[in-house]
Write a protein that binds this ligand. Structure first.
Ligand code: ARG
Length: 460
């Protein structure tokens, strides 16, 4: 039976019931709904609506229900209830009879669902926060393993300047750290309790909402009942945070898919995260990474979905908002899965240092060094850039690297070039020169790794 039958003389159509019911999605809020109900029962005791004994009986019945749904979650969907709030109330009434019917005094499903969802966001947010940190740790461990592997750094997907593989890995640590900080921000902002806002105007019972919020481990109560029941900013913020993080994961996935390609051949992915082709026996496909890249789309889709659902909604609660959960649940599950998969991929990833080095040595990645060398010999940079362009053109025509040209050949382009140029053109010199904060010089990268490790141990 629906919670609201009294005013109606006719039955809902089967199609309407199916359309309107949210249990197939919001069953996931059962634990939060029970927790919220325990807190609300205590609040009703505090204002004398329930006696101490009634409060205790409700608390015990709710605890029993929690155990039952943990053991047999299928009873929720089998109930055919309209939504999770109706399920909990019906189950309670089945246990304690009329007392169960008192629990909804002064409460609305509007403040109830807003509270449940925020509790869920807090729970899931903690899981995600730990996972983002785990992914950072996996990247730092990879950086630690691959400090001496040199590879080409790219711009426009053209070999630009050599970098270490560790430097590449640490770039993604920076991105994930920003994701972690965005998540922390969102979690701080959503940490307010709507319970006690009633349907829209505030509950008619003199509940101490500070105490109520604290009993549910919220930092504070919400301060306006209209906003309290209809605010879904946290859903938008979590979807946005996940979208940005998925954007980072998709970039990492794309880099690795390219590194894994036959053309680059920089890395070997573990068998446990790759699959074969049903037709071509030689193939080892980077499916895990392609799925991370691909799943980014549905996360962006959910962000657009919730923003569009909320656009121009009048105050306060509207049933449109029931559409908030499906996307959010999928976003958070997908983000979680992709982070877990990222950790697995990174921990089994092997770099092929000879291949990465060979690629770094091709493509004239040391051309900038020659320009800087000429600058040190007194040639203005713009002119030096032009001269080196000509050198590279000649080297391409000869099909050889710059450093394979003889001194006499090089001096045809600039008489200032001397024998010391060859040292400058080495990969080691290219790397060591980038000895600036944030640069790829091995000493800087080692310091960055140490700093990340220290931060991570102090956070433990
Ligand atoms: N299932 C609803 C939701 O998720 C609960 C709130 C229902 N409120 C109402 N006034 N019908 O939004």
């Amino acid at each position: 039976m629906a919670l609201w039958g009294g005013r109606f003389s006719g039955e809902s159509s089967v199609l309407f019931k199916q359309f309107n019911d949210s249990l197939p999605v919001d069953y996931r809020l059962v634990e939060q709904d029970i927790r919220g109900s325990v807190a609300w029962a205590a609040a009703l005791v505090s204002v004398g609506v329930l006696t101490e004994n009634e409060g205790l009986a409700l608390k015990a019945a709710l605890a029993e229900l929690q155990l039952e749904v943990a053991q047999a979650p299928e009873i929720i969907l089998r109930s055919g209830a309209e939504d999770i709030h109706s399920f909990v109330e019906q189950a309670l009434i089945a246990k304690v009879g009329d007392l169960g019917k008192k629990l909804h005094t002064g409460r609305s499903r509007n403040d109830q669902v807003a509270t449940d969802l925020k509790l869920w966001c807090k729970d899931k947010g903690m899981v995600l926060s730990a996972l983002v940190t785990e992914a950072c740790q996996a990247l730092v461990a990879l950086a630690q393993r691959e400090q001496t592997s040199v590879m080409p750094g790219y711009t426009h997907l053209q070999r630009a300047q050599p970098v270490t593989f560790a430097h590449w890995a640490l770039a993604y640590v920076e991105m994930l750290e920003r994701d972690a900080s965005r998540l922390t921000d969102a979690m701080t902002r959503l940490n307010t309790c709507p319970l006690g806002s009633g349907a829209l105007a505030g509950t008619a019972y003199a509940i101490d909402r500070h105490a109520l919020a604290a009993s549910l481990a919220f930092a504070a109560p919400t301060l306006n009942s209209l906003d309290g029941v209809s605010d879904r900013d946290h859903v938008v913020e979590l979807c946005a945070t996940a979208s940005i993080s998925m954007m980072h994961l998709s970039r990492m996935a794309e880099d690795l898919i390219f590194f894994n390609s036959g053309e680059a051949g920089f890395i070997e992915l573990a068998d446990e995260v790759t699959s074969g082709s049903s037709l071509m026996p030689q193939k080892k496909n980077p499916d895990a990474l392609e799925l991370i890249r691909g799943k980014t789309g549905r996360v962006y889709g959910a962000l657009t979905g919730i923003l569009t659902t909320m656009k121009a909604l009048p105050l306060a609660y509207n049933k449109d908002m029931q559409e908030d959960k499906e996307g959010l649940f999928d976003v958070m599950d997908t983000w979680q899965l992709c982070l877990e998969m990222t950790v697995l991929v990174l921990s089994g990833l092997k770099v092929k240092p000879q291949q990465t080095l060979a690629a770094a040595q091709q493509g004239y990645a040391n051309a900038t060094e020659l320009a800087d060398y000429l600058v040190a010999k007194g040639i203005p940079f713009r002119q030096a850039h032009h001269i080196v362009g000509e050198v590279v053109l000649q080297a391409i025509a000869n099909n050889q690297p710059i450093e394979a040209m003889s001194l006499a050949q090089l001096q045809q382009f600039a008489v200032q070039i001397e024998d010391d140029v060859y040292q400058v053109l080495t990969i080691e010199s290219c790397l060591n020169k980038r000895d600036v904060l944030g640069g790829t010089a091995p000493a800087r990268v080692a310091a960055a790794i140490a700093q990340k490790q220290a931060l991570m141990t102090s956070a433990d």
